[in-house]
Write a protein that binds this ligand. Structure first.
Ligand code: KIV
Ligand code: ZN
Length: 513
């Protein structure tokens, strides 16, 4: 009988810390539901003390999710623990995750505390968290650069105080697999009461080693991995959930444990996270990249046709890449549409929402005859793009492009019920369109990224555009999709401009304690 490897997903918390990836409460609920269908054990839903929005999002997720444990992050401070405890009150199963830094550099410069004070804070926080739930996780932040003897002392003390999971974070992605694995083995061996807690790891990807470090830890006794969908997260991101899970599942000859994840849900979840956050998935990304199961070289194709196992170590269907993905068309009715959306995990909140989405589906089907799951996912995101905050809407866009002439755009927007038009010229029609929009909305932000991805194949495919704007240190991503990439670009820019209008009340969770 194999051990259980617990999957702790932190897409909604650490993932959200990626610049521009902040999510609304409703978006978090949609992702949480997809994670629940994936059978993730624990969902870290946010950091309730960071802002009212974060608090409410964790609370809302705690209310709707029944099958996964809902976790809230808290610094080792009474007020943070109380906020976290309050936010997860309604969860079927809850956890508080509290942390304090333990590396010399963090203790001296960030916390300005002596090691003994850090232990006192940690113990106090764990005891306080136990008043809200008996499922308490403790993390010594920057463990990857902490002294092993000190880690042993603080971890022994927090287990005595009631911590049930000890998470070892490689906060700055500094570790190397062999060494990180050995650290986990040493801690488990040296801490006298280590058998009373589950060891977990949380690896960042600064050196591209987050998954490798996590797997090395699992081979040395860790039984929980913290990870995110598509490897989203601070800086270079966290360990990617799909890579960790599929490595363990595929190499059962090596691992003494397995997860309970329903892996065919992986691709749907990945696409949902990508479309909500505006972080595209690179085509060659393992497991969820568009090319992850594509064979270009003739010799590979020939082998795969004879027997897929010649070049494939996993089946595309096992992670949710459907073989026949054409699902709906122009003549599909409301029921077929609704039922496919339900299969994709989308529940309509009202008849009006169903009607509006169905109307958009029909519009799309008129332009594009074959509608794939990916198109439906995009449709969901479009209908749900911050509905409560969209003050700027695209009314119409005209562009003019001719060989030897300067491209021009004329755009009309509706802003708080008033229609305003603007014109601009640019180096191409996309450039002219975005300039025309900017002449009206005047964000005065810097365009940091513009990227186009085709959602499905063919020249009639929808293009999904991501636009990243930066203003005064704040970064937002905007998304837009259309069969016409100029319109998709305009929608993406408007979406980003709308997001910039919402005040940013978020603070960085790893700030001062
Ligand atoms: O990277 C980190 O150290 C964290 C902790 C809060 C676990 O995200
Ligand atoms: Zn982290």
């Amino acid at each position: 009988m194999k051990d259980k490897l617990i999957i702790f997903d932190t897409t909604l918390r650490d993932g959200e810390q990626s610049p521009g990836a902040s999510m609304t409460r409703d978006e978090k609920i949609r992702i949480a539901k997809a994670l629940e269908r994936l059978k993730v054990d624990i969902i870290e839903a946010g950091f309730p003390a960071a802002s009212i929005g974060d608090f409410e999002a964790v609370q809302a997720v705690a209310k709707v999710i029944k099958e996964s444990t809902i976790c809230a992050l808290a610094r080792a401070l009474d007020k943070d623990i109380d906020r976290a405890g309050e936010a997860i009150k309604l969860a079927n199963s809850s956890r508080i995750h509290t942390f304090i830094a333990t590396s010399p550099i963090h203790m001296q410069l960030k916390l300005q505390m002596q090691p003994e004070q850090v232990i006192e804070h940690a113990v106090r926080a764990v005891k306080r968290a136990r008043n809200y739930t008996d499922n308490v996780e403790f993390s010594p932040e920057d463990a990857g650069r902490s002294d092993e003897d000190f880690l042993c002392r603080i971890l022994e003390a927090v287990i005595d105080a009631g911590a049930t999971t000890l998470n070892i974070p490689d906060t700055v992605g500094y570790s190397i697999p062999q060494q990180f694995g050995a650290t986990i083995a040493n801690l488990m061996q040296r801490i006298p009461n280590s058998d009373k807690a589950i060891f977990s790891v949380h690896c960042h990807n600064d050196l591209g080693l987050a998954v490798a470090n996590s797997l090395a830890a699992v081979m040395n006794g860790a039984r929980q991995v913290e990870c995110t969908i598509n490897g989203l997260g601070e800086r270079a991101g966290n360990a990617s959930l799909e890579e960790v899970v599929m490595a363990v599942r595929t190499r059962q000859d090596i691992f003494e444990c397995d997860t309970r994840l329903d892996t065919p849900e992986i691709v749907t979840c990945s696409k949902l996270v990508s479309s909500i956050t505006g972080f595209p998935v690179q085509p060659n990304k393992a497991i969820v990249g568009a090319n992850a199961f594509a064979h270009e070289a003739g010799i590979h194709q020939d082998g795969v046709l004879k027997n897929p196992e010649t070049y494939e170590i996993m089946k595309a269907e096992d992670v949710g890449w459907a073989t026949n993905r054409m699902v709906l068309g122009k003549h599909s009715g409301r029921n077929a549409f609704k039922s496919r959306m339900t299969t994709l995990g989308f529940e309509f909140q009202s008849e009006q929402e169903l009607n509006e989405t169905f109307f958009r589906f029909k519009q799309l089907a008129d332009k594009k005859h074959e509608i794939f799951d990916e198109d439906l996912q995009t449709l969901i995101s479009e209908v749900n793009i911050h509905p409560e905050t969209e003050q700027i809407e695209l009314v119409s866009l005209q562009v003019q492009s001719e060989t030897g002439e300067v491209p021009k755009a004329h755009v009309t927007l509706r802003i708080e019920n008033e229609e305003i038009s603007g014109n601009a010229e640019g180096s191409g029609v996309v450039d002219a369109s975005l300039k025309a929009i900017e002449s009206i909305v005047q964000t005065k932000a810097t365009l940091e990224l513009y990227s186009v991805n085709n959602i499905t194949c063919g020249t009639d495919a929808q293009g999904e555009v991501t636009v990243r704007l930066e203003k005064g240190g704040r970064i937002v991503n905007g998304l837009g999709a259309d069969t016409d990439i100029v319109i998709a670009s305009a929608k993406a820019y408007i979406n980003a401009a709308n997001r910039l209008q919402v005040p940013d009340k978020r603070r960085h969770p790893q700030g001062n304690v």
